[in-house]
Design a protein around this ligand. Structure first.
Ligand code: AMP
Length: 432
């Protein structure tokens, strides 16, 4: 039996927030790291993005610092890029929603005024890039004596980006007596050396990418331009292929609701379909699963999170309407088909901003999934302006995450225009 968040002895405020985010059960790194951090150990976590590592350290740290206290921060998370700092800060705000903890994000690329004001109002947890943290510390804006939790997230990347001198400096000025957590996607000798230097009797947790997908499952992807075309393709596939029992995975409740409504009304009829997501009551959810398991209904639409841990196997088709963000979920989902030598089919629908995540999945399973052509009977819709902007924004963020010197597509355009007048040098501005 896998653990629940309650088993991890988190307090009610945190459990409620986790439930609201729709996390039904802890991921592997959360299950392993949370009890160790709660017990007061230094932890070295080797885990990639997409494993749930952020919540794995934030939850126990928030639990430990518990409620707003004094004016000085008690926990500091250092991360390599401004985008990552913003993401971690956002996660902390969401997870800490039912606490009164004050979280401040510090990063470069803009003036420090607002950040200083935020600090002055009192803070419990700081998420920062090393450079900006040090700048503000030197300006006398960050009292550090209260810090007793330090997290280095994506430590390998911070080293790659040459942040080691700043990190060393920060280690010199913060209290010696503190808990340290170090997360890194890789465990190279440099990371090992850093962990020896900075962690005290650490316990190491390693999340090894789980293996391969079943050979009896035929996997394929469809590359599509927008949401509406995904819907059209889904309808087409139901009408033109023999789908006996399918689970359709969607990233959010809204998407799941839309997919469900479309199939229910236009394609399979109410008797043949159920939906499963965190907003549905426990009974509805159990009934949905039972109806599907018994074979009474043909299709189950589920959000990524609601579907974690449910045990339904022997389906003929798994359709990933969206690419999962917990990359291992891809493997687990595919495992639901193709059991006991039965052939299974797994299709994944990919929009352009999902390529990045799918690439990571392919790396994880060390397989390149073949692409199928969109059947000619599927209507290709125009992409609405807003949807396109959203996708481009997401792609920009992904590129920034991979390459912190990347200034974004709009900057690229500007730089190009500038070239004709002045010989635009590559931007010398240092990112923090
Ligand atoms: P991370 O590896 O921390 O970047 O997390 C990847 C994604 O997984 C984020 O979108 C999180 O919101 C989500 N996530 C984290 N923990 C869980 C969980 N226990 N169940 C479902 N999703 C999660």
């Amino acid at each position: 039996m896998s653990k629940t968040f309650k088993d991890l002895e988190l307090n009610k405020q945190l459990v409620t927030a986790v439930e609201e985010l729709g996390y039904t059960e802890p991921t592997e790194i959360q299950e392993k790291a949370i009890p160790l951090i709660m017990a007061g150990h230094d932890v070295l976590g080797i885990a990639q993005t997409g494993t749930g590592k952020t919540a794995a350290y934030l939850l126990p740290v928030l639990m430990k610092i518990k409620y707003a206290q004094g004016s000085q921060a008690r926990a500091l998370v250092l991360a390599p890029t401004r985008e990552l700092v913003m993401q971690i800060h956002q996660a902390a705000v969401e997870l800490g929603k039912y606490t009164d903890l004050r979280m401040v994000a510090l990063y470069g690329g803009l003036g420090p005024k607002t950040q200083i004001e935020n600090l002055k109002q009192g803070v419990d947890l700081i998420v920062a890039t090393p450079g900006r943290f040090l700048d503000l510390y030197r300006m006398g804006e960050i009292p550090v004596k209260g810090l007793n939790y330090l997290v280095l997230d994506e430590a390998d990347k911070m080293m790659d980006m040459g942040f080691m001198p700043q990190i060393r400096k920060i280690l010199e000025v913060i209290p010696r007596k503190r808990k340290n957590l170090l997360f890194s996607a890789t465990f190279q000798p440099r990371v090992e050396a850093l962990s020896e230097e900075f962690l005290e009797a650490p316990l190491k947790i390693e999340i090894t990418p789980s293996a391969t997908t079943a050979a009896t499952v035929e996997q394929a992807v469809y590359r599509l331009p927008n949401f509406k075309t995904k819907i059209n393709l889904l309808g087409y596939l139901f009408e033109n292929t023999a789908i006996q029992r399918a689970i359709i995975f969607c990233r959010t409740k809204t998407v799941a609701d839309n997919v469900f409504k479309f199939l229910e009304r236009k394609v399979v009829g109410a008797k043949n379909i159920r939906i499963l997501h965190a907003n549905k009551g426990q009974n509805t959810r159990i009934n949905s699963i039972e109806d599907f398991k018994s074979g009474e209904v043909q299709v189950l639409v589920a959000t990524d999170v609601a579907a974690r841990g449910i045990d339904v196997s022997g389906v003929s088709h798994v359709i990933n309407f969206d690419v999962p963000l917990i990359y291992e979920d891809y493997v687990h989902r595919i495992g639901r088909t193709g059991r006991a030598r039965a052939e299974g089919v797994a299709w994944t629908f990919i929009l352009k901003h999902e390529e990045y995540h799918f690439g990571k999945i392919e790396a994880l399973i060390r397989t390149q999934i073949p692409e199928l052509e969109i059947p000619s009977g599927v209507k290709i819709e125009e992409t609405p302006f807003e949807e396109n902007q959203e996708m481009l924004k997401a792609i920009d963020n992904q590129r920034k995450k991979e390459d912190p010197t990347f200034q974004g597509a709009f900057h690229e355009k500007k730089a190009k225009n500038m070239k004709s007048t002045s010989k635009a040098k590559p931007s010398a501005k240092r990112r923090r």
